[in-house]
Every structure is written in C-alpha cells, then in structure tokens.
Design a protein around this ligand. Sequence first.
Ligand SMILES: [Zn+2]
Ligand SMILES: [Zn+2]
Ligand SMILES: [Zn+2]
Length: 174
Amino acid sequence: MKRLVGPVAIAILLLANLLVARQAIAHKWGNWHWNRYGSSVTIRVYNTARYWTEANRAVRDWDNNTILYLPDPGTHTDISLFDGNYGATGWGGLAEIINYTSGSHITHGHARLNYYYSYSSTGKQGVFCQEVGHLFGLDHSNDGCMGMGYYNNIYYTVPHNWNDIYNMYRYSHH
Ligand SMILES: [Zn+2]
Ligand SMILES: [Zn+2]
Ligand SMILES: [Zn+2]
C-alpha cells in the first residue's frame, strides 16, 4: 500500500469543532474519482467500525439516495471504514486515498472516525457520511453532510450531494 504524500496528504481533515470558513468552490476533491460510471456505479464499502450502526447508516444514506451501489463484501476492498480513539489529532474524521492509478483514479481508500472527540450518534454518522463522500471524490460543500463542521451541522446527505454524485458518475467518470 502506498501512502499519499505531498499535496494529496491534505487528506481533507474534519477539524473537530473548528469552523474553518472556506470559500465554496467546486465540490470535487481535486480530480479524484473512481474509474467507473453508469446508471448504477458499484463501490464496495467494508464496514469495520466499532460504531458499525452509525457507519452503516451513513453508507446506506449514500446508497439509497444516489446512483452509487455500495455493498459490503466483508473484506478489505475498495473502501474500508474504521474508527478508534486516535487521541487529540485535531481531526474527528479523516479520508485517505491509499492507492490510485494514473488519471487520479482512486482504487482504495480509508475513512475514519476519531471518537476521541465526543460526537453524538448522529454526529458520528455525519462524520462517516462526509469522509465516505470524500472518498467518492467530493469536497466540502455548503449543504448536507459534506458541509458538516464547515458550513453546517447536517449529518446526512441532501439533494445537492446526490446531484454532485450524479454529475460525476452518470455519464462519464470525469
Ligand atoms: Zn471533510
Ligand atoms: Zn477518470
Ligand atoms: Zn486498506
């Protein structure tokens, strides 16, 4: 496995309770995306989290509302979800691209919740919602869980997020 260094190591940090005002720009995280497209796009998501229920709610939210199909194969695969008490890291959630191929094509990613920071159950769901969203290629935006901690405290996806996914994956993987 390869760990990203350099600019990509920005790894989109969700800073616990630190509201970082950022200008709303494109809602894509750089040019990161999966090399897949169509009316139903499968990305396998392995839920290993202790807060399994919250993580699962987040994944089902994306699965139910977007063209993404997100089965859990029960094995380390496209995306894996983790959580832990990682201490005072400054981030409550972390998305990491572990492997990729040329063309900014994500082939493996990890999403983490740091429960050192005390989130409510819905808050934990919101962190997973946002970190998984990053691994689909989305940046922060001012709506739904992609804005949690930055623009709002919404813990679930909203039509804006669904449209961002649709626009990325329906007709082209770019
Ligand atoms: Zn984030
Ligand atoms: Zn591509
Ligand atoms: Zn892995």
